[in-house]
Design a protein. Structure first.
Ligand SMILES: Cc1ncc(C[n+]2csc(CCOP(=O)(O)OP(=O)(O)O)c2C)c(N)n1
Ligand SMILES: Cc1ncc(C[n+]2csc(CCOP(=O)(O)OP(=O)(O)O)c2C)c(N)n1
Ligand SMILES: [Mg+2]
Ligand SMILES: [Mg+2]
Lengths: 324, 320, 324, 320
């Protein structure tokens, strides 16, 4: 066991997989010589050379397309789109090409492609650098979507994503990059599609993703002082969603709150709520609630971010309101 | 049979395929649109001539010529167009899509221009492997105005990818004449700005296309990087069958039909003594019969069981 | 009153607005000389000339960008993206530029832009021409999203969209283009953001969009024979959603089914279900259900389309199952 | 004051603004990243010289030089950078964004390359109105590799838009040297392939830039269509302040600082007798003081009330 931060855990994951399998390559803006725009591929160029760790021009569409074509011809590429806010420039390659290739061609091609990207929600960088758009890709069959909240999950999910034969959109919260956790030195794989119950509880279920997981745990701590036992579930994989774990929890707690950094409308919380509706309606003592930033772009500046985004306090308040 | 006769045969095969599919369409036997490759046969056949099965191609919505030129089996290809379960992709890919990994055919595309970045990816893959395999990206002049074109040109040149970019300039994108949408009518001229070799080729002369293809493929194989070839040609039919073609004159069409790539090649072969009229007639007859049989088989085949729609959404298997 | 089909109703709407206001322009592939890839701009080039009805190259990003720049400088452009399946090529201009311009710049620019597009769900054209992605844009603040199901609504909503100072994504179902309806000759405006109760009923609420509206009405006819009174609501506007009308209906019927041509996961139905959950939970006698195609791309061929998509029969079945 | 002195003043203003913002950043007084325009002053000032308020510009993430050159008021511009409510956009647009419709400043952009299509739209709008107004699109050499560049080049040329495409080639895109990402180092060469005029200009010589700008703007005004100008320049700082600049040598930086646009212009003005040293010193002092005051005011100003985050998501008003 060694303490690793989220960023280095990801680098370790990629390094281990690149060592294990020569077909794994990394492609993106500043991933090589610069070691990543956020330092999240440090050391990889030196270890694997400029053919396998390839810096690209600012060409998002071909960054993903390179991955699609390479995956169709035997490679296992990781392509990096610096911020998820830029997905509007490459969503065709992600959703029409990568996602559908295996399907359209009746299984003739596999698509072992990781689309690595990040969100900087709450980092004050303004409207073009603060979006979390997991539901865009969650809506598309053929894609898997992953969003780890801890260093350990980040490492294990990244390794699993690289080994998966399907295209996986891998979303990192930049605000988590420096968080530390003890991680086993050995092989670590976290299965895609499995939620993690981060805290057990019997009174209410809080489903939280990314940045919100730690806050939900903080809120649970506070609530526990009032005798409220909160179960905190981190789905980790957005699609396919491990709804069984969530439903099992709701059957026990009879209440659920979903907390995300993304928009409520047509968002992750709506999907979870609708699934609980269909599968556990008669277990519910209160309506499932969604706690998210309001329906607005993110203005520049942390003062706005603090105001707009859920925190431990507002999560606890929302839970209390549900228990009234 | 000399290799030129093979070229002729391949062109005749494509010609027959397109003619007879159009007939099936006219008789209401075809499910959906047909994007006919009639008139462009020399492009696909000339370009694929120097390619082996290790080499890849990426195609478009107008892909049958490319598929056949690269060796896709006729019957499953035709069945695919009809959406039948005997199709090369089980009938689910359909008229704008077909692929065959073993032959290096990486598929058509319903999204104009989307094949270009994918072709670059395949070329990068070959570059990594150092096999000398080359990727040919087919696309229309219309696609050359999409963002993906510039990104691909630049990356291909910067990385010296073993890629041949083949723009079949058939003068129209759907109903819009190319000249209405550009400031410069030679797509090949864009090469220089990206540090790439560019060449305009008579796309209705299969030998000219083959020569250009050989040069470009050779360059790519040897690590000399990509080439942009612009094949000037003409789409004989409408954008799809049934399109009334109001955007151009029948005279213009006639003029281009006089430059028929198949007839020109036939005349050349006979003139030079490389083939006899009867021999070529026999080939054409054979191709006609082969296609007729393929269509007959396709018509007789079943559509896939609708429940197969659920297959292959994901590759199965747990990793961890 | 004159019978008009959906397609001509839209052409009339655009013509009337172009006559009324010189700032209205139409930009897109084949919109001019060809009269539209689907004939849906016939006659406009002759009426308004090639400067105001502009054919473009196949350049989706700049098609939308031209609209954004023109809208910022006093025009009221309608830009056409032939199929919604191509949104992956221009979503940055739609979601980062058009949607956020008014917001970012503190109201300095208005964005009177209509992004006209279509879906060909169920028309057999295969995986790249059969997608309905209204929830991608519904998820983005700053955008309005409209999806008419009848010729009258098509005309009235198009005119309202053109006059709106916000960017409006206007989604047409191509399979509706030939449907006819009597339409008043005079000025016709259908407000954005207002649902339409297409049939009154007291037993169950069916929320249906686009192609599904007529099928829901058919199903209601059948169900009526069994004494089941179905209320059919067509939201018409996807965002902002007129949830009040839906909730009022559910408060009466205590049951709701949402029927769409788009994917269930992270889709329109999830949003409606989650909203009903939050606002009308205690009125529900049964869980809200979503009836949609399964989570797969659309293969080529109508036989698949028929199998995959909801129809009057499956809608009626779903309603009956909810009433059990 | 002659117009050249005005150019000097504008450059000195930008220089001071960038220097003093960096100082504020170093003192931890700045909220967020700073994308410094230091070293590129001649580009913005030369390009905006022939423009009136009717003419539009579209900027980038590195926009302060453009804003000031086009006349944006210093104090609200600086306040915007600090995210203060006295900012030109109420403090919500922030460091990568600012706009002023009255001056034809259509905003910066957080998305590299996204301003190009928007600039084409503004140019199309002017073309419709027939006013002769011109749009200038600023972008970096990094942006020239994005799909939006090719689409914009082509439409601009095809439609003969009154557009000037200005590529400030400062040799780096974030941490990546331009030469690593292209096959051809002159972006201007791409013009010919699109049927456009292209020109390489010394971006550190304000008079050279102004001349090129005048030619291009004149051409655009008269209906002669777009021009691609490539201004060769250098980004003195990192991609953002604090970037350790490992990807280049201090020697290279020194070399470029010796080509300082402000000093070169100062020397030229003095040599030619168009200005006296003291006069220029006074201008620089004045600019220094103006900027210092603007920053002081910005620091003293309030951040916007967080509830204003809800404003302007939609333009209010019902249509029907
Ligand atoms: C991105 C995208 N835009 C538009 C279309 C609609 N469309 C299909 S084919 C076509 C014309 C393509 O022209 P070109 O590239 O010249 O190929 P050709 O049809 O002439 O072979 C268009 C506009 C599409 N399929 N994809
Ligand atoms: C589409 C997109 N890709 C990547 C980025 C991240 N990014 C911000 S600035 C920049 C470099 C831009 O380089 P260039 O266009 O040369 O402008 P410069 O910074 O040199 O002024 C990058 C890659 C972005 N903001 N948008
Ligand atoms: Mg064409
Ligand atoms: Mg640069």
């Amino acid at each position: 066991m060694a303490p690793k931060n989220y960023c280095w855990a990801l680098i370790d994951a990629i390094r281990e997989e690149m060592e294990r399998d020569d077909d794994v390559v990394l492609i993106g803006e500043d991933v090589g010589a610069a070691g990543g725009a956020f330092g999240a591929s440090r050391g990889l160029l030196d270890a694997f050379g400029p053919m396998r760790v390839r810096d690209t021009p600012i060409s998002e569409e071909i960054i993903v397309g390179l991955g699609v074509g390479a995956a169709m011809t035997g490679k296992r590429p990781i392509v990096e789109i610096m911020f998820m806010d830029f997905f509007g420039l490459c969503l065709d390659q992600i959703c029409n090409q990568a996602a559908k290739m295996h399907y359209m061609y009746n299984g003739a091609f596999k698509m072992p492609l990781v689309i690595r990207t990040s969100t900087a929600v709450e980092m004050g960088i303004g409207p073009h650098h603060s979006q979390l758009l997991e539901s865009w890709v969650g809506h598309v069959p053929g894609l898997k979507v992953v969003m780890p909240s801890t260093p350990r999950d980040a490492k294990g999910l990244m390794k699993a994503a690289i080994r998966d034969d399907n295209p996986v959109v891998f979303i990192e919260h930049l605000a988590l990059h420096r968080n530390k956790e003890d991680i086993d030195e050995g092989e670590l794989l976290v299965p895609l599609g499995k939620a993690d119950v981060k805290r057990k509880g019997r009174d209410v279920t809080v489903v939280a993703t990314g940045l919100m997981v730690a806050r939900a745990l903080d809120a649970a701590e506070t609530l526990a002082k009032d005798g409220i036992e909160t179960e905190v579930i981190d789905p980790r994989t957005i699609s396919p969603l491990d709804i069984d774990t969530i439903v099992a929890s709701v059957e026990k707690t009879n209440r659920a709150l979903v907390v995300t950094s993304s928009m409520k409308q047509f968002g992750f919380g709506s999907e979870v709520s609708a699934e609980i509706m269909e599968r556990a309606f008669f277990h519910l003592d209160a309506p499932v609630q969604r706690l998210t930033p309001p329906f607005t772009p993110a203005p520049f500046g942390k003062h706005f971010d603090e105001y707009l985004n859920p925190n431990a306090g507002s999560i606890a308040d929302a839970v209390r309101a549900m228990l009234k | 049979m000399t290799d030129k006769i093979e070229l002729f045969e391949r062109m005749a095969l494509i010609r027959q395929c397109e003619l007879q599919l159009n007939e099936a369409f006219a008789k209401n036997l075809f499910p959906g649109y047909i994007h006919s490759y009639l008139g462009q046969e020399a492009c696909a056949v000339g370009m694929c001539a120097p390619l082996s099965n290790e080499d890849k191609i990426v195609s478009t919505h107008r892909g049958r010529g490319h598929y056949l030129a690269k060796g896709m089996a006729l019957e499953p290809m035709v069945a695919e167009m009809f959406g039948k379960e005997t199709g090369i992709c089980g009938g689910r890919a359909g008229e704008m899509h077909a692929a065959d990994p073993d032959l290096g055919i990486l598929g058509g595309n319903g999204i104009v221009g989307a094949g270009l970045p994918i072709a670059a990816g395949a070329a990068y893959s070959a570059q990594l492997d150092g096999t000398g395999a080359v990727t040919v990206a087919f696309f229309g002049e219309g696609a050359s105005n999409n963002g993906s074109f510039g990104e691909t040109m630049n990356v291909a040149a910067a990385w010296k990818l073993p890629l041949v970019l083949v723009c079949e300039n058939n003068l129209y994108a759907e109903m819009t004449p190319f000249s209405d949408t550009v400031g410069e009518k030679d797509v090949a001229k864009r090469a220089v700005g990206y540090g790439m070799q560019g060449e305009v080729v008579d796309g209705n002369d299969v030998l000219a296309v083959r020569e250009a293809a050989e040069r470009a493929v050779e360059r790519a194989r040897k690590g000399g990087g990509p080439t942009l070839l612009e094949l000037k040609t003409y789409r004989w039919g409408g954008h799809f069958e049934g399109d009334p073609r109001k955007y151009r004159t029948r005279d213009e069409e006639k003029e281009w039909q006089e430059r028929c790539p198949l007839r020109r090649f036939r005349e050349k072969l006979i003139e030079s003594g490389e083939a006899k009229e009867a021999e070529l007639d026999a080939i054409e007859e054979q191709m006609k019969a082969d296609v007729a049989k393929a269509i007959e088989m396709a018509l007789a085949a079943d559509t896939p069981a609708p429940e197969t729609a659920h297959d292959h959404v994901y590759v199965p298997g747990e990793v961890a």
